[in-house]
Design a protein around this ligand. Structure first.
Ligand SMILES: [Zn+2]
Length: 164
């Protein structure tokens, strides 16, 4: 499987996440078990894949809205992988107000997805009134920086609407 090529040099934890994310894997008990091991992971209510032009490419609207995260969705992974050359990143919502920051689960997921895709992405997070973009700053796998945006991206209002 071609995504396996990016697996060298990463830890067992990331490997397990990627195995849960990976295109040949389903969304079964492995993921549930992994989720329980995480602490305080903010759940993704809605999300959108944004292309390099800033245009929404795919709306990620989990069925049931009980809360989910990227590795739960085979469909989302397929979109990311298929469009990996033309996507700028992925945006998701967090509940509440103020400048949002990534949860531990967010960061490990961002890292695993980027390693599997072989490229870095922008990870926007929108609260009810603010948007921040999270990017890898290195050097460690989980070294991500959060930059609050002063101007909302064009798709944010729709993302918030779809999160309700
Ligand atoms: Zn999150």
């Amino acid at each position: 499987m071609e995504t396996k090529e990016g697996f060298h040099g990463i830890g067992r934890r990331e490997r397990r996440i990627i195995e849960a994310v990976g295109p040949t894997r389903g969304c079964g008990g492995r993921r549930d078990r992994l989720a329980r091991e995480e602490e305080g992971g903010a759940m993704i209510e809605a999300g959108v894949v944004v292309d390099l032009e800033g245009v929404p490419l795919h709306w990620h609207l989990p069925a049931g809205r009980t809360g989910t995260s990227i590795p739960d969705s085979r469909e989302l992974w397929d979109v990311l992988w298929t469009n990996r050359e033309r996507i700028a990143g992925f945006a998701h919502t967090h509940p509440g107000h103020g400048v949002p920051g990534p949860s531990n689960e967010d960061v490990t997921t961002f890292s695993a997805v980027e390693l599997a895709l072989g490229r870095r992405l922008a990870w926007w997070i929108a609260s009810a009134d603010r948007v921040a973009v999270v990017r890898w700053i290195g050097p460690g796998n989980y070294d991500y920086g959060t930059e609050p945006l002063e101007t909302d991206p064009s798709w944010v209002d729709e993302l918030r609407r779809r999160s309700k």
